[in-house]
Write a new protein. Structure first.
Ligand SMILES: Cc1ncc(COP(=O)(O)O)c(C=O)c1O
Length: 404
């Protein structure tokens, strides 16, 4: 990011930001003006809220979830008391770590996973183990085999959490297949012997889908409500500057999570909560997301076509994912190509004028040494012409490194 900021000629296919031009300036302006015209409401919004978050917003969030998951209106009302508004999903991830994970506990993640998740888990002293994914997301057979191995080591009672990003994952762009969602919950329940193994469903990219409708959430398969922690955010579909997210957590976790959140901030920014509630209520949010998906769909098509043009046929060891949503493409290079900061490709790419994220950051330290032959690319920020130019530069760097 520093390199990109210092050199505006560089095309950054690295920073996982949303497209600056899409941020909802007009809509936010209208909502703020509307609030200012209602002094009672405006003052209420500018006052502290509660630790768990604005009630009207939480009601609306749960009602929207019911619709998204195809459940009858009102059927999930009982989860409102365990729906907590957070300062982005990052805060929920942190709170879950605090509430659940102790030194030496085991957390299972997808390989590759959201690299920022690894930080709070490592701070808690967790052992983080990666589980392979395929084109349908987390491989349940591999998850089961890993759990069996941990059980054989006598460590099953240390497994606390399975972390998954089911929609257009950061970094892979891959989604968890609809027919793995129920079985994943069933698997976690089956392996919860001496204690509950929770699933953390990080649905950061839910809503950012270009074509096909999204399958019901993993959370919707947790009929008992005691296994899945759902993390959602408005950072990707609305504005990261508002930094608002929410979690629905099992009964057993709500008190510890609220206790720690209370100690941190006794509530996320109340004004931002009222703002988002109004954006949802007035329909402006849904119109915004529809426009966003159209724009990102076009950008993803331009990017994938540019990759096909520049890299198709360069080397049979090069492949990349074709996401149906989100912001990311995951590229695999021939084994032996080191994409890390100290390898040959990164400095060559900077010299050509393009940045990517080295894939090694996205792997847990176990079970194997982190593979180095992947890169994460994003089509979120660059304009269409920059996507084409950035791809051309990446191909030039790759040709150099591969000697082609
Ligand atoms: C998978 C995933 N989870 C969580 C986050 C955190 O987002 P926020 O804290 O802004 O909601 C991000 C942001 O990039 C992400 O990609």
């Amino acid at each position: 990011m520093q390199t990109a900021l210092e050199n505006p000629e560089i095309v950054s296919l690295a920073a996982g930001f949303v497209d600056q031009e899409t941020l909802p300036v007009e809509l936010v302006g209208e909502i703020v003006a509307g609030l200012a015209a209602e002094p009672f409401e405006a003052r209420r919004s500018l006052q502290y809220g509660t630790t768990i978050g604005d009630h009207a917003l939480r009601e609306r969030l749960v009602a929207r979830l019911e619709r998204e998951d195809g459940r009858p209106a009102g059927s999930c009302k009982e989860v409102i008391p365990r729906t907590v508004v957070t300062t982005g999903s990052a805060q929920l991830i942190y709170l879950v770590g605090e509430a659940l994970v102790d030194q030496g506990d085991i957390v299972l993640v997808e390989s590759p996973t959201y690299f920022v998740f690894l930080g709070p888990m490592e701070t808690r002293g967790a052992r983080v183990i990666g589980i392979p994914v395929d084109e349908g997301g987390l491989r349940l057979d591999a998850l089961e085999a890993t759990l069996a191995g941990i059980e054989a080591e006598g460590q099953l009672d240390r497994v606390k959490l399975i972390y998954t990003i089911p929609e257009h994952s950061n970094p892979s762009g891959i989604s968890l297949a609809a027919d793995r969602r129920g079985p994943l919950v069933e698997l976690a329940r089956r392996w919860s012997r001496s204690h509950r193994i929770f699933i953390l469903e990080d649905a950061a990219y839910r809503g950012l889908s270009f074509g096909a409708s999204e399958p019901p959430s993993v959370w919707s398969h947790d009929r008992e409500g005691d296994t899945v922690i759902l993390a959602r955010t408005f950072s990707k579909t609305f504005s990261p500057g508002i930094k608002l997210g929410y979690g629905i957590v099992p009964e057993s976790l709500i008190d510890p999570i609220l206790y720690t959140k209370g100690n941190h901030d006794f509530g996320s920014a109340h004004f931002n909560q009222r703002l988002v509630e109004r954006a949802l209520a007035g329909g402006g949010y849904d119109r915004h997301v529809a426009r966003l998906n159209e724009l990102y769909r076009r950008k993803s098509e331009v990017f994938l076509a540019a990759l096909d043009d520049s890299l198709g046929g360069l080397d049979p060891g090069i492949s990349w994912t074709r996401p149906q949503g989100g912001l990311f493409v995951w590229m695999t290079l021939p084994e032996g190509v080191d994409t890390g900061l100290d390898g040959p490709l990164f400095p060559r790419s900077v010299r050509e004028g393009v940045l990517y994220v080295p894939g090694e950051f996205a792997f847990a330290p176990e079970p194997a040494p982190r593979p180095k032959n992947h890169i994460r690319l994003t089509f979120g920020v660059p304009r269409e012409d920059e996507l084409v130019e950035g791809t051309r530069r990446l191909a030039a760097a790759l040709r150099f490194v591969l000697g082609k």
